[in-house]
Design a protein around this ligand. Structure first.
Ligand SMILES: *[C@@H]1O[C@H](CO)[C@@H](O)[C@H](O)[C@H]1NC(C)=O
Ligand SMILES: *[C@@H]1O[C@H](CO)[C@@H](O)[C@H](O)[C@H]1NC(C)=O
Ligand SMILES: *[C@@H]1O[C@H](CO)[C@@H](O)[C@H](O)[C@H]1NC(C)=O
Ligand SMILES: *[C@@H]1O[C@H](CO)[C@@H](O)[C@H](O)[C@H]1NC(C)=O
Ligand SMILES: *[C@@H]1O[C@H](CO)[C@@H](O)[C@H](O)[C@H]1NC(C)=O
Ligand SMILES: *[C@@H]1O[C@H](CO)[C@@H](O)[C@H](O)[C@H]1NC(C)=O
Length: 360
């Protein structure tokens, strides 16, 4: 039984909405110091890893509720690996993570990694949008120290809950000198993946994070992280300095399909979008009606339009007016476009940023 410290009350939370934000009662955590251990900081944002169901067989429709201290309490083995500082950034399901939380996370992670005594950081996060936050940090954090994103597919109350072991592995990874220079990593279910390419592939299964084309960086055996490769910088990686950034622009993703209403593109712009990503069919295809509307937007505005794909994997090739998303899936293309627009890049400059990711 894991330590949930009186928070069982929360299990009575209504299941009508799948994820209910919880008002925190406890925030920052500091474990006893052992000067011979590395120092790791955990930033908790919510998600399934911080969730409780009403029974030990409930694996959907549960509520977020556990604070960062509960997560650490559930895995006392962590204290043999690192001294932990814990901060609660938010406590929401990851569909509710937004750009305000991303910017807060960026500034806290960047500041923490600048401290010489810190080996690395762990971010606990819901899995649904974990890859977006991970990619955002990959493209912004300027440090060779380990940034490890972790979550769980089963709530803390479930039989065979995966959160505690995932968290132990994440802290181990953040403590490991071998993890340096590898950018932001995602670890769940024994696997270690690069935030640059890793994506969520299964809505329910524990083994959900992988990258079919680029593969995994490494694997855990008996809590020891093994890497398949030396640290490497992926082609296309850029670093945006967000020191003076206080807000991120609104960028929308629109999903193409048969009979798609092209008015949706204009609607998104009327609602304030400063850039659009189109999850096109196949390698980025849209209907001729949609194409004409997109070309009109291109001709009459300076709004950047990025073409990505609704296919799970693959490359979208450069075209005339759309900026090709290359290998980026729509959600990663959206984060990159958001960062590039925030940095004040023009449409043609943004085209060059995306082109860095094309094979050369
Ligand atoms: C501190 O950590 C070291 C290395 O893991 C361990 O050998 C030692 O027993 C720890 N000291 C205490 C007081 O826990
Ligand atoms: C962890 O932090 C403490 C306190 O700042 C420091 O004394 C210790 O050297 C740090 N550990 C490592 C491995 O850097
Ligand atoms: C993000 O969500 C928080 C509440 O969780 C809210 O205060 C903030 O205004 C939101 N930011 C944006 C950009 O919507
Ligand atoms: C990253 O940090 C290095 C050294 O601290 C610095 O020289 C470089 O300008 C920084 N890059 C960005 C994009 O901020
Ligand atoms: C942030 O603002 C300060 C003060 O105006 C300036 O010196 C610095 O160059 C700016 N940094 C970036 C990355 O824009
Ligand atoms: C966009 O502008 C180009 C170049 O002026 C023109 O050939 C094309 O017909 C325009 N497309 C639309 C849909 O207005």
């Amino acid at each position: 039984m894991i330590a949930i410290n009186g928070l069982l009350l929360l299990a009575a939370t209504t299941l009508a909405s799948p994820i209910t934000p919880y008002v925190l009662t406890r925030q920052d955590v500091s474990t006893p110091q052992n000067a011979s251990l590395p120092n790791v900081t955990i930033f908790a944002t919510g998600g399934t890893i911080a969730s409780q169901g009403t029974t030990n067989t409930q694996t959907v429709g549960y509520s977020v509720g556990l604070g960062v201290e509960d997560l650490i309490d559930a895995v006392p083995e962590i204290l043999n690996i690192a001294n932990i500082q814990g901060y609660q950034i938010s406590n929401v399901g990851s569909p509710s993570i937004n750009s305000t939380i991303l910017l807060k996370l960026y500034s806290m992670v960047q500041a923490e990694l600048a401290k010489p005594e810190i080996s690395g950081v762990v971010i606990t996060h819901g899995t649904d949008s974990l890859e977006e936050t991970a990619f955002f940090l990959e493209m912004t954090i300027n440090s060779t120290k380990a940034v490890v994103m972790v979550g769980a597919m089963r709530p803390a109350t479930a039989l065979s809950a995966d959160g505690p072991l995932n968290l132990l592995q994440a802290v181990t990874l953040a403590s490991s000198p071998k993890a340096r220079g590898r950018g932001t990593m995602i670890t769940l279910n024994d696997r270690i993946g690069s935030a640059y390419v890793t994506t969520k592939n299964h809505a329910n299964s524990l083994d959900t994070f992988y990258s079919a084309e680029a593969g995994q960086l490494g694997f855990f055996i008996n809590q020891v992280p093994y890497f398949y490769y030396e640290p490497a910088k992926p082609v296309g990686l850029v670093n945006f300095d967000l020191t003076n950034t206080t807000a991120l622009p609104k960028i929308d993703v629109l999903y193409a399909h048969q009979d798609m209403d092209p008015g949706l593109f204009q609607g998104a712009i009327l609602l304030g979008a400063e850039g659009l990503v189109v999850a096109g069919m196949g390698a980025g295809g849209v209907s001729s009606a949609a194409s004409e509307v997109l070309e009109t937007i291109y001709n009459t505005t300076s709004i950047p339009l990025v073409s990505s794909r609704r296919s799970a994997e693959g490359f979208v090739s450069p075209g005339d007016y759309m900026i090709a998303g290359g290998f980026y899936n729509p959600q990663k293309a959206r984060i990159l476009l958001q960062l590039a627009v925030a940095a004040g890049r023009s449409r043609e400059e943004i085209r060059e940023v995306f082109a860095l990711n094309y094979p050369s």
